[in-house]
Design a protein around this ligand. Structure first.
Ligand SMILES: NC(=O)C[C@H](N)C(=O)O
Length: 336
């Protein structure tokens, strides 16, 4: 049987880092060398793989929408030559990149798995080997045609994942959606759908940097802060509201939102709770937001909300079209 071929896009992150006087930094060539010295990666059960190292390698905290575009184009460029794709990435913004790619790719008929580690691959007790080994194995043997995020033996839907622990190996969670697959003693497919690899051409939508504001409500937040946040060139504001989507019934604050919406700004209501979804019909405090034209973010993570807005704003759609797409489940990112 011919081996599956997996393309590894190595963008940076702790997995390939070394200690420097300023703390961990990515070092060119180092990760590939480490992998080549690990016989597990070359066992018969493993797929063939090619590691393509990016220049420069990045700490994911330095990434921007331009990097999402670069990764998407790299995968598109290599799409026909491989059976699956693994993206090695820092954990800090991994869930943002996973969400962004999920929106940018249409007709995805091959698996794309993003992973990394909390401890560098070359260091003692690294989680990098397990994460990369499993990501390669799963991409080859359990093709789930979507952008997944693999960490600590769990494959999550990319646009449902969020970084949940700054220090632990269980760095990600998917509060509102079951994992796609769990790699325990047995590999069990949960919410994911394994399908034969398809040949449909991949469509990639371009994403450009957009002026999007994010504001978290807190007791005492004032209309003046909203007015400042909503100044041009802000095209959209994500409001992380209380509970099921509530905000203070402050007339000036509501007027500020109303003015911004009337002038074309999109205002998206996401809950600041880790889990659960927005229901602006639940309380008068939420209903007042719906009345002025605030759109429900349902149970989207902040990562999904922000990247979906980038995707929709980059398409040059009207405010009404964006509002309606935001509330539509495009890639499994929300439960309506
Ligand atoms: N664990 C990590 O990869 C963190 C690192 N700062 C990054 O996001 O690139």
């Amino acid at each position: 049987m011919t081996k599956k071929r997996i393309y590894v896009a190595y963008t940076g992150g702790t997995i390939g880092m070394q200690k420097s006087a300023q703390g961990y930094i990515p070092v060119p060539g180092f990760l590939t060398e480490c992998v080549q010295r690990m016989p597990e990666f070359y066992r018969d059960e493993m797929p063939e793989f090619t590691i393509h190292e990016y220049t420069p390698l990045m700490d994911s905290s330095d990434m921007s929408p331009t990097d999402w575009q670069h990764i998407a184009e790299d995968i598109q460029h290599n799409y026909d030559d491989y059976d699956g794709f693994v993206i090695l990435h820092g954990t800090d913004t991994m869930a943002y990149t996973a969400s962004a790619l999920s929106f940018m790719f249409e007709n995805l008929a091959k698996p794309v798995i993003i992973t990394g580690s909390q401890i560098p691959l070359a260091a003692l007790r690294s989680d990098g080997q397990t994460n990369l080994l499993n990501a390669l194995y799963i991409a080859a043997n359990y093709p789930i045609h979507e952008v997944g995020l693999f960490f600590n033996n769990t494959l999550y839907r990319g646009n449902r994942a969020t970084k949940a622990d700054a220090n632990g190996f269980n760095a990600f969670d998917s509060p509102n959606f079951s994992p796609l697959l769990q790699a325990g003693i047995q590999i069990s497919v949960d919410a994911g759908e394994v399908k034969p690899i398809g040949n449909a051409p991949l469509q990639v939508s371009a994403v450009t940097p957009q002026a999007i504001g994010v504001i978290t409500l807190y007791p005492g937040v004032s209309a003046a802060i909203f007015d400042n946040m909503l100044q041009q060139p802000v095209k959209a504001l994500i409001m992380q509201s209380y509970g099921v989507g509530n905000a203070p019934q402050d007339k000036q604050l509501l007027a500020s939102l109303e003015r911004a919406i009337a002038s074309g700004t999109v205002v998206l209501n996401c809950t600041q709770c880790f889990k659960g979804k927005v229901n602006m019909g639940g309380y008068a405090t939420g209903n007042a937001l719906a009345q002025v034209g605030v759109v429900s973010g349902h149970d989207m993570t902040i990562e999904a909300a922000l990247t979906k807005l980038h995707y929709l704003l980059s398409k040059g759609l009207s405010q009404a079209q964006i509002n309606s797409q935001l509330e539509t489940n495009l890639r499994g990112e929300l439960t309506a």
